[in-house]
Design a protein around this ligand. Structure first.
Ligand code: ADP
Length: 746
């Protein structure tokens, strides 16, 4: 059974294996049993119900609370070649009637439904006789009032299932569930003795970092400078701070959006969409942003301020790296973050019990920030997972940066606080240490202290940062009140008496999260163009991981393209020619030779045509350079023949006086491929017994522009030629001009 599931995974999704746990869950569903799966965000829940949906007879209904996500989810499965639809309040009655009709005719495999719909008796009566194989409940924790997103409409699921003529398999999925919530899921959804799979909370691809005592702004600007082309979210604690960070980044010309509750709804929607569609790379936001964001290629989440508790923190960083690629989560901490959060709690609720609870949770995230051992373990233990192994992927485990002894400077600060005799705010302490002429200071005769002016070598900002770092590492206390004041604590005493040293880490140079090559960037641009044409977010076309793989493995035939993870048959059929064209141009410009080794087991050799019929795929889309499988034996004779045949077909059509454009259309292959066929023929050294009609590749004006550029930079490489020319002149045109003028074509 699982082999069939693997076939489906390979054929539609282009993945060669299941992720941890997916296979067991799918097997259980295919056995016809109710199933509960708790998997972390990005763990791959959708595939767990979609693969069975494709294998079971009948339709799978997916109950999902996020109307804003449904369209993207459905677009995404349609792109795979699966008949799918959604029903929610955004559709007109006519649209809904059309979908119901399709359902009755058995033309849909997956239908997403908002839970509110299940309240409608007319809907139930229309759907009760339909062959429903599975009801999959996404975000199943919404059924429980103990969960964090209780939705009353989820309570209708049970009655809905009961009212169906045939009971389908019922499956429930969530990323978060405590014991209580899990029990609610089973009883309130009326699951029948389900097997419960718990995948654990860990997200191994996320690097977790806490950075204390640095200038946040400076750090952020350095970070963005290195990573400006990646998608990332910067969370701040307040709207005001969001605006400030947004303005700072916009002023430096970065591609930024912002999101907070102070903006109009249309502005929020617009900014969110620009981010999801990769029109802007950076989103600066309060915690209002993120619900319903399914974007898988978010490479970093920076918390510019400490969030209010571990739950929010983990949920927010969970938005990074859903595609499983390496991503970074950085929390920038300063002691004033604690004041902000306390203020938010104080004004946020009058309920004393809740207040106490929120303070408790704040204390827990502060402990996390100051934790010296593995940060990942801290979080996993917090959520009740027993782990002790160090993760080697957090700022505690990877203590990098040089350690510097700051004991003497710390003693200067601490002894000043001691000598000032009563608690003052941080600014007054700084003034004393830097020897300020401040009148109030003089009135208080603080200029007579022996510590007056002993830290003149520090700037005001620098000293503030240093004192904040001392507080962040608990060498000093900051005490709340209308005006927060600084006090010594036991640790300060130890330092003053020379019994404890103050050792800080020199800040590490900011590094790029991922290093992408030029080809990746051009494939990303191509993906954005294709997505814009189709009106879908770019990640729906291919994920970053697929593009990354293409940019290092260089597939240049359809079969090789299908060997890329995340490339299924329908998508290959639709997009291969575009991507291959870009890849081949890159190979030619850079003179790269490729030796290809197939990776996917049982690589697909057939292509699913749009009408759903499988058709043997014989014709490679293109063959441009010495691309061979490293295992020559794996290239069958018929395959070799078909490759030879491909360029010969093109040449014989040229002999028949067909133009290159005509050939491209008739053969349904890219123009690049046709041009490559000509090159291939030339490399055989056979006599040229035909002339080529280039009229639909370039006109005279283009030809003379290209020739001028060639005079300057030579004809050996296409890229330097392209750089000399206006953008509208394509690689194909340059290639055509070179072929016409610099080969032995007549
Ligand atoms: P979740 O709903 O659990 O947050 P998704 O179902 O959205 O996660 O999957 C997250 C990402 O992982 C998607 O880009 C999906 O295509 C990818 N993915 C899921 N299963 C696999 C797999 N077996 N191999 C490779 N990628 C996978």
């Amino acid at each position: 059974m699982i082999n069939k599931a693997l076939e489906v995974l390979n054929k539609y999704y282009g993945y060669s294996s299941f992720r941890k746990g997916q296979d067991k869950i799918i097997e259980e569903i295919l056995r016809g049993n109710d199933t509960v799966a708790i998997m972390p965000t990005g763990g791959g829940k959708s595939i767990c119900y979609q693969v069975p949906a494709l294998l079971l007879e009948g339709v799978t209904l997916v109950i999902s609370p996020l109307i804003s996500l449904m369209k993207d989810q459905v677009d995404s499965i349609r792109e795979l070649g699966v008949e799918a639809a959604y029903i929610n309040s955004s559709l007109s009655n006519n649209d809904i009637a059309a979908i119901l009709e399709k359902l009755e005719r058995g033309q849909l495999k997956i239908v997403y439904i908002a839970p509110e719909r299940l309240e409608s008796n007319s809907f139930i009566s229309l759907i009760r006789d339909i062959n429903i194989s599975q009801v999959a409940i996404d975000e199943a924790h919404c059924v429980s009032q103990w969960g964090h997103d209780f939705r009353t409409s989820y309570r209708n699921v049970k009655g809905f299932i009961k009212s169906l003529n045939k009971r389908p398999i019922v499956t429930a999925f969530t990323a978060t569930a405590t014991e209580e919530v899990r029990e609610d899921i089973v009883s309130l959804l009326n699951l029948s003795r389900p097997k419960v799979f718990i995948q654990g909370f860990d997200r191994e691809n996320l690097k977790i970092q806490v950075i204390k005592g640095l200038s946040k702004k400076e750090f952020l600007l350095n970070y963005i400078k290195e990573n400006s082309e990646l998608s990332g979210i910067i969370y701040t604690a307040t709207r005001n701070e969001t605006d400030k960070v947004y303005e700072a980044l916009t002023a430096r010309g970065y591609s930024v959006g912002r999101y907070h509750a102070g903006l109009s709804e249309s502005e929020r929607t617009e900014n969110q969409e620009a981010f999801v569609y990769d029109r802007v790379n950076i989103m600066v936001a309060t915690n209002a942003f993120g619900m319903g964001i399914d974007k898988p290629n978010i490479r970093y989440v920076i918390h510019y301020n400490m969030p209010k508790n571990i739950e929010s923190y983990y949920q927010e960083i969970g938005r990074a790296g859903r595609d499983g690629e390496k991503s970074e989560c950085i929390l920038l901490f300063s002691p004033s973050d604690v004041h902000t959060q306390k203020y938010i709690i104080d004004v946020g609720t009058n309920n004393p019990e809740r207040k106490i609870n929120e303070y408790k949770k704040l204390k827990q995230i502060m402990d996390f920030v100051h934790c010296n051992s593995c940060l990942r373990n801290y979080i996993l233990n917090y959520f009740g997972e027993e782990t002790s192994r160090e993760c080697d992927n957090c700022s505690s485990c990877n203590l990098e940066g040089e350690l510097i002894d700051k004991t003497i400077d710390a003693q200067k600060v601490l002894s000043c606080v001691y000598r000032m005799n009563r608690p003052y705010g941080v600014n007054m302490i700084i003034d004393v240490l830097r020897g300020s002429q401040n009148k109030k200071l003089k009135d208080l005769r603080l200029d007579e202290l022996s510590t007056y002016g002993i830290m003149k070598d520090y700037s005001k900002e620098g000293l503030k940062e240093f004192i904040n770092t001392l507080i962040a590492h608990s060498f000093l206390d900051s005490v709340e009140g209308e005006y927060p004041v600084i006090k010594l604590n036991q640790k300060s005493v130890e330092v003053l008496k020379g019994r404890e040293k103050v050792i800080f880490k020199e800040p590490k140079k900011v590094e790029k999260v991922v290093i992408n090559n030029d080809l990746f960037e051009s494939l990303r641009n191509l993906r954005r163009e294709l997505a814009a044409k189709e009106g879908v977010p770019p990640y729906i076309i291919f994920g970053d991981s697929s593009l990354k793989e293409m940019s290092v493995r260089y597939p240049s035939t359809l079969e090789q393209f299908l060997d890329i993870s995340g490339v299924g048959e329908v998508k290959a059929n639709k997009y291969a020619s575009y991507f291959i064209e870009a890849i081949v141009a890159h190979l030619e410009e850079n003179g790269i030779q490729v030796t290809w080794t197939f990776k996917k087991e049982g690589k697909a050799t057939s292509i699913l045509k749009a009408d759903g019929n499988m058709e043997e795929h014989k014709e490679p889309i293109t063959k441009t350079h010495e691309s061979k499988t490293s295992d020559e034996n794996s290239t069958s004779d018929s395959e070799k023949k078909s490759k030879e045949k491909s360029y010969e077909v093109t040449i014989s059509m040229i002999r028949d006086k067909k133009s290159l454009g005509q050939i491209s259309v008739e053969r349904e292959i890219a123009l690049t491929t046709v041009l490559t066929h000509v090159t291939e023929f030339l490399t055989t050294g056979s006599p040229v017994d035909f002339s080529v009609d280039f009229t639909d590749v370039f006109d005279e004006k283009t030809e003379s522009l290209v020739m001028e550029a060639i005079k300057e930079v030579g004809a050996n490489k296409l890229k330097p030629i392209k750089e000399k020319l206006p953008d509208y002149i394509t690689y194909d045109q340059i290639k055509g001009v070179v072929l016409k003028n610099y080969s032995n074509l007549v």
